[in-house]
Design a protein around this ligand. Structure first.
Ligand SMILES: [Zn+2]
Length: 266
């Protein structure tokens, strides 16, 4: 009869079950120590800034994907680990990051309307001739004003204004007009009568020459004759009237009439 070794775990005879439990507990303690060392190593890794594999960044660094709000709750804002360097490169000028923001066209501010070119300024009218109107003999001195009592006239007063000008001085249409008459007219000598576009009539008397004919159209400033001393005249001058109708005595102050239309060359 042989004696067989006992079947079962080959345990040292001196190791008891209780001793095995104690060693397992000791091994667990060693494992715990190892885990603690690894965690400690991780902490050291976290605390090593500048490493390619472990980078410490502030959570509010622009462009960080870990935190997008400055007010995000961070247990330890100084120790945040990211996997590696960010593939997104921040521009040197943080403000220029707006250049990479895509905005839908319907969200863009309305474009300012295209600036319309400034219209060309109106040309400054010549002082002697307002647009559309002119003095009959610009800047000529007045020798006898309108309205002065004068028994020589049937109306009892001077029905026009006399301008002292040398014979042969051009006399001008005071406005756009049609020539009513250009002829000899008794005491007025050689005379031109214009019908102005506003219905008034302009009379030029004592002329030495006629430059227009009945029916002609003349613009403001156009020469209608030359001054003279024809008819009942005591000296070279232009006798000029403005009439409300084409008849003797239906007169108004010619200087006032033209002044109201911007003519100043008196
Ligand atoms: Zn006169």
């Amino acid at each position: 009869m042989s004696t067989l070794p006992p079947v079962g775990p080959a345990l040292p005879r001196h190791v008891t079950l209780s001793g095995s439990r104690q060693r397992a507990e000791r091994d667990h303690a060693v494992l715990s120590t190892t885990t603690a060392a690894a965690l400690l190593a991780s902490t050291v890794l976290l605390a090593a800034p500048g490493s390619a594999s472990a980078q410490t960044v502030q959570p509010t660094t622009p462009g960080s994907s870990a935190f997008t709000a400055r007010q995000a709750a961070v247990p330890n804002p100084g120790l945040v680990q990211v996997a590696g360097p960010s593939p997104y490169k921040l521009p040197d000028d943080a403000a220029s990051a707006q250049a990479f923001v895509a905005v839908a066209p319907n969200l863009l501010p309305a474009a300012a309307p295209a600036a319309t070119p400034e219209p060309e300024p109106e040309p400054t009218p010549a002082p002697a001739a307002a647009p559309g109107w002119s003095a009959p003999v610009p800047d000529a001195p007045t020798s006898n004003p309108y309205g002065v009592a004068d028994s020589e006239y049937a109306a009892g007063y001077h029905t026009g204004v006399d301008f002292a000008v040398d014979p042969g001085t051009p006399v001008l249409a005071v406005g756009d007009a049609t020539v009513v008459s250009a002829r000899w007219d008794g005491a007025y000598g050689k005379e031109v009568v214009l019908r102005l576009t506003d219905g008034h009539f302009a009379q030029y008397a004592h002329l030495s020459a006629l430059s227009v004919s009945r029916g002609d159209h003349v613009p403001a400033g156009e020469r209608v004759g030359l001054s003279g001393n024809t008819g009942n005249s005591t000296g070279p001058h232009l006798h000029f009237e403005i009439r409300t109708s084409n008849r003797y005595g239906a007169v108004i102050n010619p200087v006032a009439y033209l002044s109201e239309r911007g003519v100043t060359a008196f």
